[in-house]
Design a protein around this ligand. Sequence first.
Ligand SMILES: Nc1nc2c(ncn2[C@@H]2O[C@H](COP(=O)(O)OP(=O)(O)OP(=O)(O)O)[C@@H](O)[C@H]2O)c(=O)[nH]1
Ligand SMILES: [Mg+2]
Length: 412
Amino acid sequence: MIEQPSLDFEKAVLIGVINQQQDEEKSKEYLDELEFLTYTAGGEAIKRFTQKIDLPNPKTFIGSGKMEEVRDYVKEHDIGAVIFDDELSPAQQRNIEKILKCKILDRTGLILDIFAQRAKTSYARTQVELAQYEYLLPRLTGLWTHLERQRGGIGMRGPGETEIETDRRIVRDKIALLKKKLEAIDKQMAVQRGNRGKLVRVALVGYTNVGKSTLMNVLSKSDVFAENKLFATLDTTVRKVVIRNIPFLLSDTVGFIRKLPTQLVESFKSTLDEVREADLLLHVVDISHPNFEEHIASVNSILVEISTKSNNVIEKPVIMVFNKIDQYEHKTIDDDDLVTKKTKSHYTLEDWKKTWMAKLGSNVIFISALKKENFDAFRKRVFKAVRKIHVSRFPYNDFLYEEYENHSYGYT
Ligand SMILES: Nc1nc2c(ncn2[C@@H]2O[C@H](COP(=O)(O)OP(=O)(O)OP(=O)(O)O)[C@@H](O)[C@H]2O)c(=O)[nH]1
Ligand SMILES: [Mg+2]
C-alpha cells in the first residue's frame, strides 16, 4: 500500500502561567496568540494547561503536580508537541522532555520554526538559519536525541532540512560562516539602497497580521503575499508609489510580535535596515484586535531596539494607521444597566479618538485596507507627509508640488 502524505495537523498542548505580571485574562490572550502561532506552524492546539505560579520552577518551569497532569494527557491523546508560552532555559527544556517524552518547544522555538518554514529566498533562509543556530547552541546537549528526528513536524524544520549537528564546535563555525555570508549580502544591499537616490522612503511597520501587505498592495497596486496567518511576509518588498505627482518608495517588511526572539531581530538586521533608513513610518495597527494597545507597545519597543545603534527611528515622523475598522466591534451596555462599568471593550471608534490618540493630532488615521474605507483621506495624509519631506529635499522645485486639493487631475 502506498502511504498517503498526511495533511493532518499535529496535535499540540499549550502551557501558560498566571502570575503578577499576567492575570488570568492576559494569560488567556497570550495563549490565544500562541494557538494562532501553533496553527501557523502546522499544529492544532487541542488542550491548554495554565498554572498560577509566581516564580517558575527552576527544573521544570511548572510544578510537579501540574506536570503529572500534562504527562497523563500527552500519553492518552497522542500529542506531538508541548508548547510553552514562556522562554524555557535549556535545562528546563531537557528536564521536561525527559518527563513528557515528546517535543518541547517554547515561544521562541515556535517562532523560529515558522520563520524556517516561511523563509523562501536564500537571504531570508540565511537569516533564519543564523537565528536557529544561535538558539540551538546552548541547547545542544541531549536535545531530542532519544526522539526519532525523522518524525518532522513542528519544531523540526530547519533551513536546508539537514540533521542538526550535535557538535558545538561545528555549530560555532557555522554561525561564523553565516555571519560572514550575511555581512556580504548586507554590503550589497546597502549599495542597492544607496542607488535608489534621494527618493523619499516610507516604511510600513506593525505587529504581524495587521494588514501591512494588504495596504502595500492597494497603495502600489502590486501583488504582495497576504494571508490570515502570522508572518506571511519575511522578505522586504520595495515598490515605487506615486500619489498625485509625488513619487516615493514604499517598503513592506516582516511583522513584529510580542517577545520576538532577539536572535531574530539581530539576524534580520538588514531586512530591518529598510525601517531604520526610512524617512517616514506608517505604523499599521489592527484596531479590531482586543490587544491592539499592547501590540503598539511591542512594536515601539522593537523599533527602539533596532535603532539604538544607528540614527533614532523614534525621531522619524510616524503616522499611526488604525486598520480593519470594518471589523471593529465593541460591547454595549443597556440603558437600564447601572451595574456594568464602561471599559475599553465598550469604546466605539469615536471614543477611542478621544483617548491618547487625540494627542497625536493629524498623525492618526482610521481605515479599512480591505474595504478601502476612508482611503482617499489616507492617501491625502500620506501625500502631505511625503510632500513635506520631498520639498525639504528638493527645495528648488517646491512650486511643482501643489497641495493635494488643488490638483486638477485624477488619481495616479
Ligand atoms: N477585515 C479586514 N481584514 C483585513 C484588512 N486588512 C487586511 N486584512 C486581512 O488581514 C489578514 C492579514 O493581512 P496581511 O496584509 O497579510 O497582514 P501583514 O501585516 O502583512 O501580516 P504579516 O506579513 O504576516 O506580518 C489578511 O487575511 C487580510 O485579508 C481590513 O481592513 N479589514
Ligand atoms: Mg505581510
